[in-house]
Design a protein around this ligand. Structure first.
Ligand SMILES: NC(=O)c1ccc[n+]([C@@H]2O[C@H](COP(=O)([O-])OP(=O)(O)OC[C@H]3O[C@@H](n4cnc5c(N)ncnc54)[C@H](O)[C@@H]3O)[C@@H](O)[C@H]2O)c1
Length: 292
């Protein structure tokens, strides 16, 4: 089976491309940047260019649409860019998939729910996003699910938990803490540190994409989150245990989505997916990685 992965040069796209290759897919990467993963064919292209995208998608059975403005802070400062890449871009994916007769697996986010009305948050929970990032990610998801209904393009959306693992963006809290602690500089927790996240390892996320690409489940969104809720204080403790340094506290970050406990029961039922990498293992790997 041939799969085209958008965003293949990014953090999650690299892990997903590798997992798809390992599962026997022929993988084409489609990104504005060259994809470095060995074994995949890399096309440097923009999915806002519908003609180029449609040409690239031809002959593929599946599109895994991961490319986006995935940086929450960039989306806040450039909402017009987030709207165009995340909404028009996803609309283009639906049209290119229709032309090729391909199935789509979309990288959505747990942040589409907004403030929790009840917990655990399942897929029936109302979606009330309130930030240019999660608003545009939900709009992209809805355009694709509409194409499933109206244009018979099989679509499945995966609402990913906050991801971590090797290759994360340098402005992630993990990278900031580890880099500072390694140099013996103080690390600053924004807020009181009690806020938690179900940090989900990129390899577990990648396995969910493989399962979704292989399945014929369609027309729905599924949560892909780890059951472990980890506070920022716990994260800082793990980092400073390995690289002892001072921990200070600062103002909470504006725009941070409040924590909520999200359930992954439905994806376990539909695709047999559950996490395999514990937070302890994932952190041990990150903390011992060779950083040059
Ligand atoms: N990282 C997380 O914690 C997380 C959590 C939930 C959901 N997601 C979603 O997963 C996806 C990937 O996130 P990431 O952290 O790997 O982001 P990333 O920024 O590392 O990767 C995004 C990739 O998309 C590419 N891209 C952007 N616009 C493009 C365009 N117009 N044409 C072609 N390529 C384009 C970029 O070049 C980049 O390589 C995003 O859709 C994001 O919303 C991420």
């Amino acid at each position: 089976m041939k799969v085209l992965v958008t965003g293949s040069a990014g953090f999650i796209g690299t892990h997903v491309s590798r997992a798809l290759l390992g599962d026997g897919f022929e993988v084409t990467g489609y990104d504005q940047k060259e994809s470095s993963e060995p074994g995949i064919e890399s096309i440097v292209g923009d999915f806002l260019d519908l003609e180029a995208l449609t040409g690239a998608v031809e002959g593929h059975d599946v599109i895994v649409h991961i490319g986006a403005i995935g940086d929450v802070y960039l989306a806040a400062t450039n909402p017009e860019l987030a709207a165009s890449v995340n909404v028009t871009g996803s609309t283009n994916i639906a049209l290119a998939a229709e032309a090729a007769g391909a199935r789509v697996v979309y990288a959505s986010t747990w942040e589409v729910y907004g403030e929790p009305a009840y917990e655990p948050v399942d897929e029936k929970h109302p979606c009330e996003p309130d930030h240019p990032y999660n608003i545009t990610k939900l709009a992209g998801e809805r355009m694709l699910i509409a194409a499933d209904r109206l244009r018979d393009v099989p679509v499945i959306a995966l609402r990913l938990g906050t991801a971590y693992g090797l290759g994360m963006r340098p402005n992630s809290v993990f990278e900031i803490f580890i880099e500072k602690a390694r140099k013996g500089e103080p690390i600053t927790i924004q807020g009181d540190g009690s806020q938690g996240r179900q940090f989900t390892h990129a390899r577990d996320i990648a396995r969910a994409f493989v399962a979704a690409a292989r399945s014929d489940v369609r027309g729905i969104a599924l949560n892909v989150v780890s059951p472990e809720m980890i506070s920022i204080k716990q994260l800082a403790d793990i980092v400073t245990e390995r690289f002892p340094t001072e921990v200070t506290y600062g103002q909470p970050r504006p725009g941070d989505v409040p924590p909520s406990y999200v359930s992954a029961a439905r994806i376990e039922e539909k695709l047999g997916w559950k996490t395999e990498v514990s937070f302890e293992e994932g952190m041990a790997e990150l903390l011992s990685a060779d950083r040059g």
